[in-house]
Each structure stands twice: as C-alpha cells, then as structure tokens.
Design a protein around this ligand. Sequence first.
Ligand code: DC
Length: 221
Amino acid sequence: MIITIDGPAAAGKGTLAGKLADKYNLAYFDTGMVYRAVGLEMLLGGFELGNVDAAVRFARNLTFPRMMELSRNPVFRSLEGSKAASAVAAVPEVRTALLQMQQDFSKNPVFADGSPAKGAIYDGRDTGTVVCPRADIKFFVTASPEIRAERRHKEYLQKGQAVDYAEVLEQTIARDQKDFARESSQPAKDAVIFDTSGLSIDEVFAKACEIIENRKITLEK
Ligand code: DC
C-alpha cells in the first residue's frame, strides 16, 4: 500500500505520516529531505542559492546514505536550511534529477533500520501528483499560514533556535508562494483534503484511519 500526504510546510503532514506509518507498519519517506539535502550541499559548498548548475550537479549525485548523513547537520531543518531547500526545489532540473530516487523507494520500501516494508507513506508537496500518481490513498493536509507559523516557531524554540514569530510567519508565506506556484503542488484530483487549523492531531489521525479502513475494504474487493 502506498499512501501520500501532501500540503504546505508545518501543516502537520510529518506527524500524521509518522502515526500512520506506525499503525499500518509502513515505511516512511519524508521527501522534503531530498531538497533539504541539496540545499545544504549548496550552503556547505559556499555556492549562491541561484547557482542552478551547482544545484543540478548536487541533485544528480545525491544518494540515500549521503542524504541521511546531511540530515544529522543542525542546519538541515533550520530556517536557513528551509530557505535553501525551497530555492533549489524551484529549479525544474533539480526536481527531475531527484525524482527517480523518490520513486525507487516505493518499489523497495524499507524501514529506518533497512528491513523491508510492505508499503510506504510519502510526505511532501507533489507525492500524490508526480512521485506516486498511482498511490492507493492520497491526503492533502493544510492549515492557515498563522497556525503553521505558530507551530514551526514553537519547534524552533524547543530546539533552542531563537527566531522571531514574525520572521517565521514571513518565511511561511514566502515559501508557500514559491512552493505552490507549481501546478504539481496543487492537491491531486483524487486527494482527500484536510484543513487542520481547528483540529487536534488525534482528530486528524482518526479521520485518516477511518478513510484508510474504508478504502481497504474497497481495495480488497
Ligand atoms: O517539507 P519540507 O519543509 O521539509 O520541504 C522542504 C522544501 O522542499 C520545501 O520548500 C518544498 C520542497 N519540497 C518539494 O518541492 N517537493 C516535495 N515533494 C517536498 C518538499
């Protein structure tokens, strides 16, 4: 079974994906990591974010182990890392170069310890439209920019990164404009859309499980 969860930054995709992966025993691919990895390569190499040739080269050479190694760098999920990821993700050749790696995972999904899984949950922006257009179930999770910025701001503070709420809100809106300028980031036609603004994670999780259970019956028929 392949499940995709797309939507804007900090809408609650990762939390939902993690809970569903645990419950249904599925592997998990956070596809934002491929863009964060290329963005961080640019920062570490001292390249301007607008250097398309360098970004494409890093994207073509990216491997899963290198991505995991980069993910342990504190800049990977920082505000600076997010900005770099968003910039490289806007380059079509970078997206093309990173597509195969994301699609291959659905053919041989593995858990974090390398053991094989029966299926996978993807989270990102275009996993239901481009990466896994034939996924069994597609969700599109969203929330207002203010609520999402509040959630991200809390996460940064918990990690000891002192940033201003206003700066996080400004970046959330800027990233939305960049990320959603792409047609592929719009919800897939067959996606179930959740607005999590007024919902707790448990409520979102319960709704998603209900849909999966109902859909499983149809799929098995
Ligand atoms: O989900 P995230 O915040 O870790 O994503 C980092 C960046 O990567 C974000 O600016 C959008 C981009 N991205 C994308 O373009 N396509 C995806 N499938 C996942 C992320």
